[in-house]
Write a protein that binds this ligand. Structure first.
Ligand code: SF4
Ligand code: SF4
Length: 294
């Protein structure tokens, strides 16, 4: 995912589209995934990152300057410049998504589109893989090693441990994409990243020093921090008559964080169990297969 417009970090609490809903705890941009949900909640399987709510809003206004991203990864210039994304070979390129995706010239035979609106879950739109994976951008390097770039910190304030957690979802979803369309999607992984900007290399070697327990502990600490920050925001920003409603949303936010965390940690368990060699700062296709077919 790349932006055609410059979005200054910490640049005020505004968005050109009604992406952040004042009283809700999630953005409405979490459109459906085309992957079969297999009975798990949409939150677990849609690429939704409930943690983003905390990062989008940042600290309470009264405790410092607005430092949230305000869902910058979906920010769209009202003057027309869109948010460029790539599409996997088998991603739907027609139908409902025509409302918010405008197709661009392909790059190296990889389809690309500008998002010029927003995907609307209520209308049945799907959220493209590039958006579901963000801030990560997986790519295929020499020797069939999947490596990762990640959105630059100036654009995406997501904490590193949540990036590691989200990586698990990306790996599993990417493997499923390859299963659906091996050659075409492998080509996308080789080429698409070359057209993307505002990313930096993402070092996954720290995963080699972690165990499932230590990662779980670190994620829990970050979840608590996000929940406490949300509570502080409610106390400082929300008028007393609306606080009860917002505290109800906070309770739902807690449940959502826990569900998604658990779902991602289950994937991490498989990855650790497969004894992936993280020292090469990537995951070979063979290892990927071992993680998700055993
Ligand atoms: S992915 Fe990053 S930029 Fe996008 S909403 Fe989440 S924290 Fe913000
Ligand atoms: S397709 Fe959806 S998730 Fe992607 S940039 Fe547009 S609004 Fe955001």
């Amino acid at each position: 995912m790349e932006h055609n417009v410059e979005n200054a970090p910490g640049g005020g609490r505004q968005n050109s589209l009604p992406i952040v809903q004042e009283l809700e705890y999630v953005s409405p941009i979490y459109a459906h995934t085309r992957v079969d949900l297999h009975g798990v909640t949409n939150a677990c399987n849609s690429g939704k990152i409930p943690h983003c709510h905390g990062y989008a809003n940042g600290d309470a206004k009264e405790s410092g300057p607005g430092n949230g991203c305000i869902y910058r990864c979906c920010k769209i210039d009202p003057a027309g410049a869109g948010n460029s994304i790539y599409l996997f070979a088998d991603e739907r390129a027609d139908g409902l998504n025509e409302r918010h995706l405008q197709y661009l010239e392909p790059y190296g035979a990889v389809r690309r589109a500008d998002c010029i609106g927003r995907c609307n879950p209520e209308a049945g739109d799907f959220k493209p893989a590039d958006c579901r994976y963000y801030p990560h951008l997986p790519w295929l390097a020499e020797g069939d090693i999947i490596k990762f770039k990640t959105g630059i910190r100036a654009k995406c304030p997501m904490d590193n441990v949540i990036r590691l957690l989200h990586l698990a979802y990306v790996l599993k979803d990417m493997w499923q994409s390859l299963q659906r369309e091996w050659d075409g999607n492998l080509h996308v992984l080789k080429v698409a990243h070359l057209a993307m900007v505002q990313y930096e290399d993402f070092d996954i070697t720290p995963l080699g020093q972690l165990t499932l327990d230590s990662l779980t502990q670190m994620v829990k600490v970050e979840n608590v921090r996000l929940l406490q920050r949300e509570e502080m925001r409610i106390n400082l920003e929300i008028p007393p008559e609306k606080r009860q409603e917002r505290l109800g949303a906070l309770a739902r936010y807690r449940v959502d964080l826990e569900k998604v965390t658990l779902s991602r940690l289950k994937i991490c368990e498989r990855i650790f169990h497969a004894k992936v060699d993280f020292t090469k700062n990537g995951i070979s296709l063979d290892e990927l297969q071992r993680c998700f077919t055993s």
